[in-house]
Design a protein around this ligand. Structure first.
Ligand SMILES: [Zn+2]
Length: 184
């Protein structure tokens, strides 16, 4: 009991009271931290830093980072690849008993895949005002016309997840400027 309460306190401190009210627990925050580590490694490889973990209870089923640059695959978004691999590994496309933690709000493609995979619960970090489909531009997984509507909890470690992205793009701009100066 005490342990549960302590875990609850950790979740509140890291994810915020609103996220906890909407169902985020310490395990979900832990999985988001894991996704952030994947994102950080992706940035070092020159990929836009987004990481995702598909998990069941406390067990990681599959985790992945964005790998579009390395694979040349336009669908190589972290959460899409993680869900695809999770289904493949389990030999079943229904991931109803799984949760997804992803550092950036899923786009329309990934939100569609979330519905198709019947993911149980979705936790994401930073909002994506330019392409987000879980509350920003659209809210695909909550669309009443669809037959699967997983609960979505936004803003888990949102600031830290967002900082990974802004730092990456700032560095990329600096590198482009340096190159421009060198070429000029
Ligand atoms: Zn996506």
């Amino acid at each position: 009991m005490r342990r549960t309460r302590r875990r609850g306190a950790v979740a509140v401190r890291l994810a915020g009271p609103e996220a906890v009210r909407r169902g985020a627990r310490a395990v979900d925050v832990g999985m988001m931290l894991r996704a952030m580590t994947l994102a950080r490694h992706a940035a070092r490889r020159g990929e836009v830093p987004v990481g995702a973990v598909v998990y069941r209870g406390r067990e990681v089923v599959c985790e992945h980072a964005n790998d579009r640059e390395a694979t040349g695959d336009p669908t190589g978004h972290a959460e899409l690849v993680a869900m695809r691999e999770a289904g493949r590994m389990r030999g079943a496309w229904r991931l109803t008993d799984c949760s997804l933690a992803v550092t950036l709000e899923p786009c329309a493609m990934c939100a569609g895949a979330i519905v198709n995979a019947r993911i149980g619960r979705v936790f994401f970090g930073a909002h994506d005002p330019k392409a987000g489909a879980c509350g920003s531009l659209w809210t695909i997984p909550a669309d009443g016309r669809l037959n699967h509507r997983p609960p979505i909890v936004a803003g888990i470690l949102a600031r830290a997840c967002g900082r990974q992205l802004t730092a990456f793009f700032a560095e990329r701009r600096r590198a482009a400027r340096r190159q421009g100066t060198a070429a000029g």
